[in-house]
Structure formats: structure tokens, C-alpha cells
Design a protein around this ligand. Structure first.
Ligand SMILES: C[S@@+](CC[C@H](N)C(=O)[O-])C[C@H]1O[C@@H](n2cnc3c(N)ncnc32)[C@H](O)[C@@H]1O
Ligand SMILES: [Zn+2]
Length: 274
């Protein structure tokens, strides 16, 4: 398989797919793993041995998302994408899920006429994504230096992941879109109240995005009923406040069935100049 859109993270030349590896003209080579993902994170780009989410976090995320609690969100994302899809000269659109985790959102954007890429710095997440969702192209890479040439994507989706405006703008085509999902005010409030004495609302401040134009903004809010204590613990493991939970709180949450908790998402769509 030749991956048309990848570039070498070391010298930026196109990467050409061979049987078990990808190579640029300068002979930098990158292995294709048996799960069919590419590792494009050279060791000198890593700030730690295993950057990004660890295996336990990835497993908790997969288990939680598979229960469908965030399906209303992804359904909305896919509708917004289809409303604005512009096909390129080859009658296709190329999209990127930036910080894709284990691929839950990535694969649901796949259609008959597009090519879908997912990038994450966490190898465990990409391994799981590539194994399950073989119709998408996954790579381990950093969002701060994406392994793609300029203007490759007409759509970038970023769900609860770091937003690197300069890099995203570089790889977006003229008129292309960046969709971001961030927590809105009441997101997981009931869960937070278990952890903090004075649980605060999320800050919805507009992100400091300077070179793209905000063209759409909306909230999605609904009550989730988390069927089992394990579902709640999986959700907790996905949050930045998981490490604040005492063993006592964890034991308590484990025993609660049908825990009601607010999902509150903020969706923003930005557009690059035509
Ligand atoms: C909160 S998770 C969201 C994952 C996925 N979008 C989802 O919602 O299921 C954030 C993801 O960003 C990834 N990440 C963090 N910093 C990154 C970076 N510099 N480059 C690529 N991925 C990064 C993490 O490994 C993690 O998978
Ligand atoms: Zn190279």
C-alpha cells in the first residue's frame, strides 16, 4: 500500500510505502507495524519513553466509548462534516483526526468518497485504532510536527486533544475547516462533585485561534445514565481529574448503578481563508 499523503518527519520529503516500511529519498525509513499503522515519531521527537495516553487510559476510553454514551456527539460531528464536505479535483476529500486516540471518532467519518487519517502520539492508542478500523490510515506522530505536506486536508477534527493552530493551518487546504470539541460549562459536573468539594464549571473561553475564522459554534448537552459503576470509572479514567479521586471515592463510584451525569460539549468550526 502506498500512502500518498505521508511525509518524512525528518526531512519532509514524501514517504513511499514498501512491503514492511516506508522510505523517503534520503533513505530515512519507518516501520509499518503488523497492525498496519506507521510509526512516524522519531525517538528525538519524544519527551518521554511512552508519550500520550497510556494503555490503561486507552482501554478505559475504548470500553466507555463502545457503550455509546458519546454517540450523540459523534453523530453531530459527522453531520457537520457532511454538510461542509468539498470534494477535491479527484472527487474525494481527505480528512484528519488530530489526537485521534483509539479511533472511535475517526472511523465514523469514513465514507465511500473520502480518505481518513488519524494521528496520535500514544502508540497504544494507535495500535488499537489500526487493528480495529482498517479502513482508515493511522500513524504515531506528534501534532506539533505533522507528517503531511501543506494543504492536504479539507477537514481536521480535534476532540479533546491539543490544538496546534500553526501546524493545522499548514496542512489545511484553502477554505478547509478545523472542527474542535472542548468541554462546555456543565460537562461531567455530577462526577466532578464527587471529586471536588467546590466543583467548578468549565471555562468556555474562546481558544486563542488567530489565523482561522470561527464560522460556527454550538453546544450539545444531554444527560447520560451510566449503567454500571465500571462505566463511571472508565469515564473518570478519561478525565484530567482522575488522579484527584481518592480510593474511597473510587470504591463508592464502583457500587453505583445508573449514575446520572451531564454531557456538555462545545463544538466550534473554524475556516482557513479561500
Ligand atoms: C483526551 S484524549 C482524546 C482522544 C480522542 N480524540 C477521543 O476523544 O477519544 C487526547 C489525545 O491526544 C493525544 N495527544 C496529546 N498530545 C499529543 C501530541 N503532541 N501529538 C499527538 N497526540 C497527542 C493523547 O495521546 C490522547 O490520545
Ligand atoms: Zn527523510
Amino acid at each position: 500500500m502506498t500512502a500518498l499523503h505521508y511525509t518524512c518527519p525528518l526531512c519532509n520529503l514524501p514517504l513511499v510505502g514498501q512491503e514492511k516500511l516506508y522510505r523517503c529519498e534520503n533513505n530515512h525509513s519507518f516501520d509499518r507495524a503488523k497492525e498496519n499503522y506507521l510509526n512516524l515519531l522519531p525517538v528525538q521527537f519524544k519527551h518521554s519513553k511512552n508519550p500520550g495516553d497510556n494503555k490503561a487510559m486507552v482501554n478505559a476510553r475504548r470500553a466507555f466509548l463502545e457503550q455509546g454514551y458519546y454517540q450523540p456527539l459523534v453523530d453531530k460531528l459527522v453531520v457537520l462534516y457532511h454538510e461542509r464536505t468539498v470534494l477535491n479535483a479527484s472527487n474525494t476529500s481527505v480528512i484528519l483526526d488530530a489526537g485521534c486516540g483509539e479511533g472511535f471518532y475517526t472511523h465514523q467519518h469514513k465514507s465511500d468518497v473520502n480518505t481518513v487519517y488519524g494521528v496520535d502520539i500514544a502508540k497504544e492508542a494507535i495500535k488499537k485504532a489500526a487493528k480495529k478500523y482498517q479502513q482508515c490510515h493511522f500513524s504515531v506522530a506528534t501534532l506539533s510536527k505533522l507528517p503531511f505536506a501543506e494543504q492536504q486536508f479539507s477537514w481536521i477534527v480535534s476532540v479533546y486533544a491539543p490544538i496546534l493552530e500553526q501546524e493545522f493551518t499548514r496542512v489545511l487546504s484553502a477554505g478547509g475547516y478545523l472542527l474542535t470539541v472542548t468541554p462546555a460549562k456543565q460537562h461531567l459536573m455530577e462526577l466532578k462533585q464527587y471529586i471536588y468539594d467546590d466543583a467548578q464549571e468549565h471555562d468556555e473561553e474562546k481558544l486563542p485561534i488567530e489565523h482561522l475564522t470561527l464560522v460556527h459554534q454550538e453546544n450539545i448537552s444531554y444527560q447520560m445514565v451510566l449503567k454500571t459503576g465500571q462505566d463511571t470509572l472508565n469515564l473518570l479514567a478519561m478525565t484530567p481529574f482522575a488522579f484527584k479521586a481518592s480510593n474511597e471515592v473510587i470504591e463508592k463510584l464502583k457500587l453505583i448503578n445508573n449514575f446520572t451525569c451531564q454531557a456538555d460539549f462545545l463544538i466550534r468550526i473554524y475556516q482557513k481563508e479561500q
